[in-house]
Design a binder for this molecule. Structure first.
Ligand SMILES: [Zn+2]
Length: 104
């Protein structure tokens, strides 16, 4: 089963939370980068902003991104119209992320 393209992912809003996660990386990359997207030719060939992030920055960015994703998942789970399937699904995502960070 593909974790990110399951029906529940869409139905329960997991995709929205992953999008927020990725946006945080883009924000962090742009904030830390001295890289000029318009004048550096190799930039056009690469998709990865993360190539230009130093390791420490990338790690910090990962933590902020997961915190934002967690907040998003928790908010969705708390919505009154979230059904049981989605609650289970969202809790599974929350557990998975939390365990990666020693229980945030
Ligand atoms: Zn990430």
């Amino acid at each position: 089963m593909s974790y990110f393209n399951s029906g529940l992912d869409k139905k329960c809003g997991g995709v929205d939370c992953v999008t927020l996660h990725e946006r945080q990386h883009i924000k962090d990359a742009l904030r830390h980068s001295t890289f000029d997207f318009c004048t550096t030719p190799s930039a056009k060939a690469t998709e990865g902003y993360q190539i230009f992030m130093q390791q420490g920055i990338r790690r910090d960015s990962e933590i902020s991104a997961y915190l934002i994703e967690l907040e998003c998942l928790r908010a969705k789970k708390a919505e009154p119209n979230t059904d049981c399937d989605c609650r289970d699904y969202l809790q599974g995502r929350i557990d998975r992320i939390s365990s990666g960070f020693g229980g945030l």
